[in-house]
Write a protein that binds this ligand. Structure first.
Ligand SMILES: Cc1ncc(COP(=O)(O)O)c(C=O)c1O
Length: 446
């Protein structure tokens, strides 16, 4: 079936976009990274329209947020009807029925049959801040372990755990003390030069045998913060045994296992949470991005035994806003009613096709992912695996000029995180644009 999108009618950026970009330079903080000059006017489903009426196929979902597709009709009506009734009355000081209903639902869908409690915030970083504070509060221990290439947000506590790019940390030191970073199971680039079939999860036994015997007393460790699949760090999927061994380590030393599912949660990987793929029942889970289809909301979900902090120890004026909670309840229903299954189905198709591209093109070192959390790592040479950030950026820029929105992650990787409403037709459009961009990029290097 021929689609009328993507459709690029102007030079990019178009004349209206240029006007906004000039004003942005004057009035808006320059601190965030922008991948390309896309100035968005509207969006529906898989399609984003810019201020010059160019249409783009969105394989970013607004950075893994619009899992139900942009402006889903049911989300719009949930938002409209809730805003007719109540927009705000702060969960910090008053009771809000939607807090309670959504907390009950989140307790049910988060891994594990045990009783859980939920703290609501507004962003991924806030959910991580809450988890960090809760871990110290509950355990009365100080040290927290996180991973190389991790991204947990940019507020001071969350930033202390983040270890993905220097720009995120430069000039902000010192951060929260007693955060230790260790290598993740990034098997394509194993820190120890080993391979997953024979390494026996050395990266985890190293913690037990080296770290805990030389530098870090395990009885002082409050928590290990881990992305089940590393997001900003490169969409790195570790072997199942990695999380299982890490989890066992935390059981052996009474350490909290904190799963940051801000990016991997809410159906993105073809299960409600990525933890479900690894049979892990985290002590604390952080959730944001896809939880409310674009409205600001986050949740820190912990077992009721752990979430035992005293009144006043943590709160948020806006956290758990009623309109966001209503959008979240509708989002979860849409996910359960078919979008998670669709993510699994289209993800299986996409990874199969991306693996074909990996076999065909010398600059794809690794195609990987789960569900619709997918990536290709671009390299200069398959043998040496040398990072190829220029080639990666060139593919993303070319895709933009052809109407496909992509994002980078890691040092040399392109991620694919489309809305979970993705159809095979739209997957094929994206794949063929990516293939054209790969060919052009290789050609331009010859
Ligand atoms: C795994 C993870 N944790 C935390 C965050 C921070 O979320 P936010 O930007 O909403 O603060 C992100 C954002 O990309 C993330 O991917």
């Amino acid at each position: 079936m021929t689609k009328n999108y993507p459709c690029i009618r102007t030079k990019l950026p178009g004349p209206h976009a240029i006007q906004y970009l000039e004003k942005e330079k004057i009035f808006v903080s320059p601190s965030s990274t922008k991948s390309y000059p896309l100035v968005v006017k509207s969006a529906k489903g898989m399609v984003v329209t810019d201020v010059d009426n160019n249409t783009f196929l969105d394989f970013t979902a607004g950075v893994a947020v619009c899992n139900t597709g942009h402006n889903h009709d049911q989300i719009i009506s949930a938002i409209k009807s809730q805003s007719d009734t109540l927009i705000h009355m702060s969960g910090a000081d008053f009771y809000n029925p939607l807090h309670i209903v959504l907390a009950e639902k989140l307790s049910a869908i988060c891994p594990g049959p045990h009783a859980k409690k939920v703290f609501f915030g507004n962003s991924g970083a806030e959910s991580v801040e809450a988890a960090f504070k809760l871990a110290r509060y509950h355990t009365r221990r100080t040290i927290v372990i996180a991973f190389y290439h991790a991204f947990h947000g940019r507020t001071m506590g969350a930033l202390s755990l983040t270890n993905s790019k220097l720009n995120q940390r430069r000039h902000f030191l010192p951060l929260v003390p007693e955060v230790i970073h260790i290598p993740y199971a990034y098997c394509y680039r194993c820190h120890y030069g080993l391979t997953p079939d024979t390494c026996n999860m050395y990266c985890v036994s190293w913690i037990r045998e080296e770290l805990f015997k030389t530098k870090v007393p395990p009885e002082d460790v409050a928590a290990i913060f881990v992305e089940i699949i590393q997001g900003e760090g490169g969409y790195v999927v570790p072997p199942k045994e990695f999380h299982r061994a890490l989890y066992q380590l935390t059981r052996d030393f009474d350490i909290l296992y904190v799963a940051d599912e801000v990016q991997s949660g809410m159906g993105r990987t073809g299960k409600m949470f990525a933890s479900n793929h690894f049979d892990i029942v985290p002590d604390i889970i952080t959730v944001a991005k896809g939880i409310a289809s674009g409205l600001p909301l986050s949740a820190t979900v912990a077992s009721e035994k752990i979430m035992n902090w005293a009144p006043g120890s943590h709160a948020s004026t806006f956290g758990g806003n009623p309109v966001s909670c209503q959008a979240a309840l509708t989002t979860i229903k849409l996910l359960e009613d078919g979008l998670i299954d669709n993510a699994a189905k289209q993800g299986t198709y996409m990874i199969h096709e991306l693996k074909k591209l990996e076999r065909t093109y010398p600059i794809i070192g690794d195609a990987r992912g789960l569900g619709l959390m997918l990536a290709i790592e671009i390299v200069k040479d398959k043998e040496t695996r040398e990072y190829a950030p220029e080639e990666r950026d060139s593919i993303i820029q070319k895709a933009f000029s052809k109407g496909l929105l992509l994002l980078s992650c890691g040092r040399s990787t392109i991620r694919f995180c489309p809305p979970l409403i993705l159809s095979k037709d739209d997957a094929d459009i994206a794949l063929s644009i990516v293939e054209e961009c790969l060919k052009e990029t290789i050609q331009s290097k010859l």
